[in-house]
Design a binder for this molecule. Structure first.
Ligand code: DX5
Ligand code: ZN
Length: 221
């Protein structure tokens, strides 16, 4: 399974609805929505009203990546705005188990995001609650950064950890995913690929998404 999730962080915000529809017609599977609070990460992006706007523009899965402090206070608003998947950062959640339960209480799929320096052991005791795990392959905060290679070993180890635990959680990779890195991240074990600049900074979204999918198939052996 290959799920392509364009991150609207790199979209043209003067035409957000059109951009969302354009990637949908180009064959995207999910829309990835990066929420940043200027505290957990050194950048500020957007909140629930952008999720709501995406909901009006498409029926695609809306995948909300919360790069914010105290996410529990905001999860209800994002769920009500139409999120289908919500990930919280392990580093921002002292009560991670409770945060995941809260997401699931809204019938939303729950995931944990891990910064490049955060060990996999931080999710060891919540695996049973996870629908997905987001491996950050850049330090979160900005689009267009360079892929951090150590994420590959981390994805491989996570893949083993999940299968050992009998978990069906899927592995999502986010940051620096493009035509150069796609094959390797697939081979490592990821199946959901967030890509911002690699898609929105190219003139032909369909051509890029087709190419990413082909590279993923090549790595999926
Ligand atoms: C980074 C965000 C990413 C970002 C990826 O903090 O979580 O989703 O949009 O951008 P690219 O694909 O350009 O690295
Ligand atoms: Zn993201």
């Amino acid at each position: 399974m290959t799920l392509i999730a364009p991150s609207i962080l790199s979209a043209d915000f003067t035409r957000l609805g059109e951009e969302v529809k354009a990637v949908e017609h180009a064959g995207a599977d999910w829309i990835h929505i990066d929420v940043m609070d200027g505290q957990f990460v050194p950048n500020i992006s957007y909140g629930p009203i952008v999720v709501e706007a995406c909901k009006r523009a498409t029926d695609m899965v809306l995948d909300v990546h919360l790069m914010i402090e105290t996410p529990d206070a905001r999860i209800p608003d994002f769920a009500k705005a139409g999120a289908d998947y919500i990930s919280v950062h392990a580093e921002a959640c002292p009560h991670l188990h409770r945060s995941l339960q809260l997401i699931k209480s809204f019938d939303v799929k729950a995931g944990v995001a891990l910064n490049p320096a955060t060990p996999l052991s931080s999710i060891e005791y919540v695996i049973d609650l996870l629908d997905f795990v987001l491996i950050m392959s850049v330090n979160p905060g900005f689009g267009g950064q360079t892929f951090i290679n150590s994420s590959l070993n981390k994805i491989t180890a996570l893949s083993k950890m999940l299968s050992d635990a009998g978990s069906t959680a899927i592995i999502q990779v986010d940051g620096g995913v493009n035509t150069d890195t796609m094959e390797a991240v697939t081979r490592a074990g990821a199946c959901c690929f967030v890509a911002g600049s690699a898609i929105f900074n190219t003139p032909d979204y369909k051509k890029t998404i087709d190419e990413l999918r082909k590279l993923s198939e090549k790595g999926n052996v």
